[in-house]
Structures are given as C-alpha cells and as structure tokens.
Design a protein around this ligand. Structure first.
Ligand code: GLP
Length: 241
C-alpha cells in the first residue's frame, strides 16, 4: 500500500482529484468506480474544477457507483444516484448513459446483481476505484462479516452504518435497512484503488485496515492483498498509525 498523509481535507481532495484526473488524461476511455458518503464530495468538486479549467475531458469516461440503497427510487432525494448525479455527473461533460448504478427498485434482487456485475465486466472492468471507509472498516456497503463477498449482492446494513446516515435521512427510521453493493471481489478486480479518509473517527478503521490482520470483520483489510492501492488520509485519520 502506498500511504500518503496530508494536512487537511482540502489538500486531500485536491490530491485525490489529481489522481483521478491523471487516470482519465492517460486513458480517456477510463472506467471509474465512484463512491458515496460525504468524504468523496470534495473530490468531486475538485474534479469539476479541473474539468472547468479544461484539464479533463469526461466525454468517453464510464462511471460505476459502488452501491445504492435498496427500495429507493433513483429520484429519491437520498438515492446514491441523485447524490453522484448532482455532485459530479451533472457538472461534467460525461453522457448520462455512461453513469451506472445498481437499481434500488429492481423487481428481483439476484438478476439485478448479475446485471450490474456483467455490465462492469463488459466494459473491461474498473480501471480506478475510488473508496471511502466506514468507521467500522466497511468499503462500499461491505459490512463486517464472516466472509468476503465475491460479487454484487444485497447487504443488510449495520446499525453503525445506518446511524452514520441519519444526518442525510433525518431520522433512523427513514434510513434503509438494506443496500446493493458491489462485492469485495468486484473491488479487488479494479486495476487501481484510491481510498480516502479524513477525521479522527476514521483513525481506528485506518489502523485496522493497514496494520492488523486481514479479516472480513474489517472488510477494508483485504486491500493489503491488492497490488495498486493508494491510501490518502489526513493527519487525524492517520493518528493511530
Ligand atoms: C457509506 C458508503 C461508503 C462510504 C462510507 C463513508 O457507507 N457506502 O462508500 O465510504 O459511507 O462515508 P463518509 O465519507 O460520509 O464517512
């Protein structure tokens, strides 16, 4: 793992945006895996700035988001679709049809998981996967578990993840109990991975991910087995290393 510690969130977003942009500049047909949550939003702002300055062309890029809440229509205010669309897709020159997510309201779960996984496969796989991390060490919505999920699947969300989402939904009862997520296997098949984290509340998960044994109880720890991972964190998130 390539670990980079920066002073603050602003620097972190700027550097992460440069890394994603350089992937796209090197290969304009890049397939990028996007993440949701609040940490990545600053990176999307950074990418929009680079686009507006004329440094990056998104016209041939394809995006695959890591996850979507189960049962939420894509037009729901808190859908992952809406979040990434409003913060990134609507602000760059990428055609909307190049933006992919699992469908939260698909009629049947298993065919939807298969459809998404196949779609990723048909594009040739993810070139660069952007990841945040949950306070419990989750990536995507791969919660602590006794196995590493190989493919896209439907996940029962943990109480800690649902609580972290209360600020978006207003009340815990409004936070969905399940979500579609690409599997750990899907993430591990990406060519390059960029994981970002800020703040003291992520310090424990970062330590477990980097310095402890690989276990599905800390899903992010599997990244120790990937050859091309960059971990970009601020000083607070690095404070337990
Ligand atoms: C959600 C997302 C993850 C994200 C995590 C951290 O659970 N499914 O992809 O990494 O939140 O979010 P935040 O950046 O808001 O702490």
């Amino acid at each position: 793992m390539n670990i980079q510690v920066v002073h603050n969130y602003e620097q972190l977003c700027e550097m992460a945006a440069y890394i994603v942009a350089s992937q796209i500049i090197t290969d304009p047909n890049s397939v990028i895996g996007t993440a949701s949550g609040s940490t990545v939003l600053g990176v999307y702002n950074g990418l929009v700035e680079l686009y507006e300055a004329g440094h990056v062309d998104f016209s041939k890029v394809k995006l695959f988001n890591l996850d979507e809440f189960y049962g939420l229509d894509k037009h729901h205010e808190q859908s992952r679709y809406n979040l990434i669309k409003a913060n990134l897709v609507d602000r760059i020159n990428m055609p909307l049809e190049n933006f992919n997510l699992p469908c939260g309201t698909a009629e049947e779960v298993f065919p939807e998981c298969k459809r998404y996984e196949k779609l990723i496969d048909h594009t040739g796989g993810i070139d660069l996967q952007l990841l945040g991390i949950g306070v419990n060490g989750h990536i995507g919505f791969n919660e602590p578990s006794d196995y590493f999920a190989p493919y896209t699947y439907l996940v029962e969300l943990s109480e800690s993840t649902r609580s972290s989402n209360v600020s978006f939904f207003g009340h815990i009862s409004e936070v969905p109990t399940k979500a579609y997520s690409v599997g750990i296997g899907t993430i591990m098949r990406a060519g390059n991975i960029l994981l970002i984290a800020e703040g003291e509340d992520k310090a424990w998960a970062i330590k477990e991910m980097i310095q402890k044994r690989v276990t599905p109880q800390i899903p992010a720890s599997i990244l120790q087995f990937h050859d091309n991972v960059t971990v970009l964190i601020d000083e607070a998130a690095a404070s337990m290393l």
